[in-house]
Design a protein around this ligand. Structure first.
Ligand code: 0O2
Length: 232
C-alpha cells in the first residue's frame, strides 16, 4: 500500500466529515495533506543533501567517508494518529504539523562513534539549521539498551510564495547501534506483549556488548587515521 493510500484510509483524514461527505471539505483535506507531505519530503531532501555534501567533502579532502548510509522516511499516517491520540491532541493535519517533530525523519548511519558527533556538529553549525532539541541516547542509553543520538532540527523549505521552517528528526547511529535497534524492533513487534519481558535482559546485554565492539572498532580506526596522517 502506498503512503497516500494508507493515508486515505486513515480516520483523521475524514475527521469532522459526518453524514454525507461534504466534497469541498474533503478536497481541502486532501490538498492540505498533499501539501504537508510535500513539505516534509522537501525537508528530508534538504537534510539528506547537506549530509551528502559533508560526506563528499570528506571523501575528496580526507580520503574517508564519515557516513556509511542515509535513510529518510515520512512517519506513517497510523503512527501519526497513534501519537496524537496518546498525547490527547486533535486528530487533524494542522495538529500533527504543530505538535509532532518527527513527521520527517532522517537516519544517519556512521561506521564509527566519533563520526556521529563530528557529522552532527558540522550539520547543526550550518546557519540555516536550527537545533531545537537533542536526546543523546549514546551517552545516556535508554533503560532497554537503545543507543542513538537524536537531533530535532528546524530547516527552511522554500516554497513558491513563502518559506516554511520544518521540523526534522535526525537519528545518528553506528552500524552496530542500527543493527541492534532494527532487530530489537523486529523481535518486540513479533513477540506478544507478555513475552517481551523474557528477552529484555538478553537484549540489553547484547546492546552493551555491541557498545564495547563500537569502542574497539573506534580504537582500531584511530590507529588507521594516525597512520594516514603520518603518510601525508
Ligand atoms: P518511528 O516509526 O521510528 O517513527 P519525541 O518524538 O521526541 O517527541 P519520543 O517518541 O518519545 O518523543 O522520542 P524518542 O524516545 O526520542 O524516540 C523517537 C524514535 O527513536 C522512535 O520513533 C524510534 O525510531 C527510535 N527509538 C526510540 N527508542 C527506541 C527503542 O527502544 N528501540 C528502537 N528500536 N527504536 C527506538 P517511533 O515514534 O517509535 O517510531
Amino acid at each position: 500500500m502506498t503512503f497516500r493510500q494508507e493515508y486515505a484510509n486513515a480516520s483523521f483524514f475524514f475527521e469532522g466529515l459526518t453524514g454525507s461527505p461534504a466534497h469541498e471539505e474533503l478536497i481541502h483535506k486532501v490538498q492540505d495533506f498533499i501539501a504537508t507531505e510535500n513539505l516534509y519530503l522537501a525537508a528530508n531532501r534538504e537534510v539528506e543533501t547537506k549530509l551528502q555534501n559533508l560526506n563528499n567533502e570528506f571523501h575528496y579532502t580526507k580520503e574517508r567517508n564519515p557516513i556509511h548510509s542515509i535513510h529518510t522516511r515520512i512517519k506513517a499516517p497510523l503512527s501519526i494518529i497513534q501519537k496524537l491520540q496518546k498525547r490527547g491532541l486533535d486528530l487533524t493535519v494542522q495538529s500533527a504539523r504543530e505538535n509532532l517533530t518527527d513527521i520527517a525523519g532522517v537516519r544517519v548511519i556512521c561506521s564509527y562513534i566519533e563520526d556521529i558527533y563530528l557529522v552532527a556538529n558540522m550539520l547543526v553549525s550550518q546557519d540555516d539549521v536550527e537545533l531545537v532539541r537533542t536526546s543523546d541516547y549514546i551517552r545516556d542509553p535508554k533503560p532497554n539498551g537503545y543507543r542513538s543520538l537524536h537531533h530535532i532540527v528546524k530547516i527552511p523549505v522554500f516554497l513558491s510564495n513563502r518559506k516554511e521552517k520544518v521540523n526534522v528528526e535526525i537519528q545518528f547511529r553506528t552500524i552496530a547501534m542500527d543493527y541492534w535497534a532494527s532487530l530489537e524492533h523486529d523481535l518486540n513487534y513479533k513477540l506478544s506483549k507478555e513475552k517481551t519481558v523474557s528477552i529484555d535482559r538478553e537484549l540489553k546485554e547484547v546492546a552493551e556488548e555491541m557498545a564495547q565492539i563500537d569502542e574497539r572498532m573506534q580504537a582500531l580506526y584511530n590507529v588507521v587515521l594516525k597512520d594516514m596522517d603520518t603518510r601525508k
